[in-house]
Design a protein around this ligand. Structure first.
Ligand code: NDP
Length: 453
């Protein structure tokens, strides 16, 4: 069986050269599901894995726009429509200079498994552009989004492909994208999620990824008769996922002490409370500034700038019990993982997509600590997007408590599905295997049912 797994990985590497993040994401899944394929030769016979690693469709397009100086700018737009076996393609759009096809393929591949875990009928896709909204005027961001949608609109639709936000795509960008789609199609439909609450959005969607992560952490701790109450927590990032993770941690009585952006991190030993979080929100969402500005109002906190190319990050070398990496992929390497363990961390929950390198994940699993992969822990965002789609289809708007209740129930089911699948395949407590196996079986069975498509 090991030979078959290596064969699939070799094929992926040969067909997708220079896409290391995609290789990394595929390897992790293949290593988990080889034990399933051993028990179920029908998956191998139907070449399920070979089909899953090949996107159903990839769209690459030019995004020309005019900046405030009247200069023409050209970016590259993408949509990877990865798998529609269990529902319409669903997954976010990322606007960041690092965006390329390999990054989006890794994200789209992860999305297949994440969406299957949500219990909802959601296929998987991911898209974006190598555009950086940071430092751009409102007018520039709007013109870019309108140009981006003037091509994307022909490939998406409420029953085909429903994008949402991701890094660099928040409420503002979703508004501009939706406005352009509506105008081009002359149709008001649930074609994109993360919309404003007054125009088809769902309560709790902005909060859902961060809240979901914390709900997942609470479920994991409960398996060891423990809670988040009083736990010192490290959080990275200061965007959508990080800020709502901080909010829920504070609500549940934990003590978050860090957050970061791409230039550095702040450490507030006394804890980030609700009032300090309000200041962070103002910095990020109103001033569109840097986390360093936190220390202007709270000088007892320290700010440490990151050193480009450093072998480890000082933000993971702080005494704590839990860590929530919520910024970006591969932000925790093996050395960081060892620092976290040495500092007393016994629970790591991935808020971002694949924030831990494969070596870091292995370090955590070998140490026997609680480790939640992003595809399970951060699935609350896409799950609530699924709930937004349901509300749009029914033309209703559920109350915040109702959506939050559903989110909690979904996170509880994901946790249970991971535990059950891990145990059924001989690796109890291994959430990486559990998430990959439970999701793989669901998608693979749907693919078998639908024949060779
Ligand atoms: P945002 O754009 O809102 O925030 C991203 C944050 O991470 C910012 O603080 C940003 O800092 C920081 N960051 C980005 N790149 C880097 C980097 N290379 N090094 C250090 N810090 C970095 O994005 P989200 O919060 O939406 O997304 C964060 C992660 O969560 C991503 O991995 C995303 O794929 C994942 N995710 C998001 C979901 C959602 O619902 N939004 C759902 C599921 C997963 P700076 O401002 O300096 O760039």
């Amino acid at each position: 069986m090991h030979d078959y797994a290596e064969e699939v990985l070799a094929l992926v590497q040969a067909k997708n050269p220079a896409e290391p993040e995609f290789h990394q994401a595929v390897r992790e899944v293949v290593e988990s599901v080889e034990r399933v394929i051993e028990r179920h030769p029908e998956y191998r016979a139907a070449k399920i894995l070979e089909r899953m690693v090949e996107p159903e469709r990839v769209i690459i397009f030019r995004v020309p726009w005019v900046d405030d100086q009247g200069e023409i700018q050209v970016n590259r737009g993408f949509r990877v429509q990865m798998n529609s076996a269990i529902g319409p393609y669903k997954g976010g759009l990322r606007f960041h200079p690092s965006v390329n096809l390999g990054i989006l393929k890794f994200l789209a591949f992860e999305q297949v498994f994440k969406n299957a875990l949500t219990t909802l009928p959601l296929g998987a896709g991911k898209g974006g552009a190598d555009f950086d909204p940071k430092g751009k005027s409102e007018g520039e961001v709007m013109r870019f989004c309108h140009s981006f949608m003037s091509e994307l609109y022909r490939h998406i639709g409420p029953h085909t492909d429903v994008p949402a936000g991701d890094i660099g795509v928040g409420g503002r960008e979703i508004g501009f994208l939706f406005g352009a789609y509506k105008r081009l199609r002359n149709e008001f439909s649930g074609v994109i999620t993360g919309k404003g609450i007054n125009w088809g959005g769902s309560h709790v969607r902005p909060e859902a990824t961060g809240y979901g992560c914390v709900y997942f952490a609470a479920e994991m701790l409960a398996t060891r008769s423990d809670t988040l109450q009083g736990k010192t927590c490290l959080v990275s990032g200061a965007g959508n996922v990080a800020l709502h993770t901080l909010e829920k941690l504070i609500q549940l009585g934990a003590k978050p002490v860090t957050c970061s952006d791409s230039t550095g991190f702040i450490y507030d030993e006394q804890g980030i409370d609700a009032q300090k979080l309000a200041w962070l929100r103002e910095i990020k969402n109103v001033r569109r500034g840097r986390v360093q500005e936190y220390t202007e109002r709270y000088p007892q906190a320290s700010y440490t700038a990151f050193v480009p190319g450093a072998s480890s990050s000082p933000q993971w070398d702080v005494r704590a019990q839990c860590a929530f990496p919520c910024a970006t992929q591969n932000e925790i390497n093996e050395e960081d993982a060892r620092h976290l363990l040495a500092n007393g961390v016994t629970c790591v929950v991935e808020g971002a997509n694949m924030p831990c390198t494969s070596e870091a994940v292995k370090t955590f699993l070998d140490a026997g600590i609680l480790f939640a992969p992003g595809k399970a822990a951060n699935a609350g965002g896409v799950a609530t997007s699924g709930l937004e789609m349901s509300q749009n289809a029914m033309r209703v708007c559920w109350l915040p408590e109702e959506v939050d209740d559903r989110l909690r129930t979904i996170m509880r089911s994901i946790h249970a599905a991971c535990m059950d699948a891990a145990a059924a395949y001989g690796t109890p407590g291994n959430y990486v295997n559990g998430a990959n196996i439970a999701a793989f079986i669901k998608v693979a069975d749907a693919m078998l049912d639908q024949g060779v498509v």
